[in-house]
Design a protein around this ligand. Structure first.
Ligand SMILES: Nc1ncnc2c1ncn2[C@@H]1O[C@H](COP(=O)(O)OP(=O)(O)OP(=O)(O)O)[C@@H](O)[C@H]1O
Ligand SMILES: [Mg+2]
Length: 209
């Protein structure tokens, strides 16, 4: 069974066709990259797959399940890790408080120590989120996505705006997640990142009708 299967995905906003008939299959254990310029519909596509946006039409299956209200979707959510393109974390919470808060949303989760070790933020555990660098904040956002021990990780431009070293640190986080058997769907603008991390990619362009 593939981790993600979608067919004929369409989403329109007024006269903008944000997603124009996307078909894709992501196999279990692979890293799949969605490429495309600004406005190509990457975030819209990934948010539909995450069950956060309703498509106008099309069929979505994630880990063999469909998004619908009720306990099934709740159970599916427990198995996913999601990093949004713009994660707003509380500036006045510490790193460890933030991870603990996200962990509390799930029935089973990594300990704070485990997850901070995964993203190499142990030394910052008592720092306020508002005092972290951009790269550290981004790794914290990925930590929050990893805290539930997900099978499938969604990353929307995880390394945009990061310096080369921070980018490589995040690549290592993603590689370790995959080495442990995880599946990843990510969006990126960087060809180098897609080449380094992804088994397969798909690209789309902006469409206006
Ligand atoms: N909530 C919304 N309301 C109206 N239009 C929207 C909405 N969300 C997205 N769009 C439009 O849909 C198109 C696709 O946007 P989307 O954010 O999916 O692109 P993207 O590929 O993620 O771009 P970027 O690389 O800049 O993140 C854009 O033209 C955008 O303006
Ligand atoms: Mg986007």
């Amino acid at each position: 069974m593939p981790a993600i299967r979608c067919a004929g995905l369409v989403k329109r906003y007024a006269d903008v066709v944000a997603v124009a008939g996307v078909d894709l299959t992501v196999e279990t254990g692979e890293c799949f990259g969605l490429l495309g310029p600004n406005g190509a519909g990457k975030t819209t596509t990934i948010e539909i797959l995450e069950g956060l946006t309703e498509p106008d039409s099309g069929d979505v299956e994630v880990l063999g399940m469909r998004w619908r209200d009720g306990p099934e979707s709740r159970a599916l959510r427990e198995r996913l890790g999601i990093q949004l393109q713009e994660t707003q974390l509380g500036d006045k919470l510490s790193v460890q408080e933030t991870v603990r808060l996200f962990g509390s949303f799930y029935r089973s989760s990594h300990s704070v120590d485990e997850v901070l070790a995964l993203v190499e933020l142990e030394e910052k555990r008592r720092s306020w989120v508002g005092k972290l660098s951009g790269g550290q904040k981004q790794r914290l956002a990925v930590a929050c996505a990893l805290v539930s021990r997900p099978e499938l990780l969604f990353l929307d431009e995880p390394t945009t705006g990061l310096d080369p070293q921070s980018r490589r640190q995040l690549w290592d986080v993603i590689s370790r997640f995959r080495a442990a058997g995880g599946t990843v769907l990510l969006t990126t603008h960087y060809m180098e990142e897609a080449e380094r991390l992804c088994d397969r990619v798909s690209s789309s362009g902006p469409r206006v009708s």
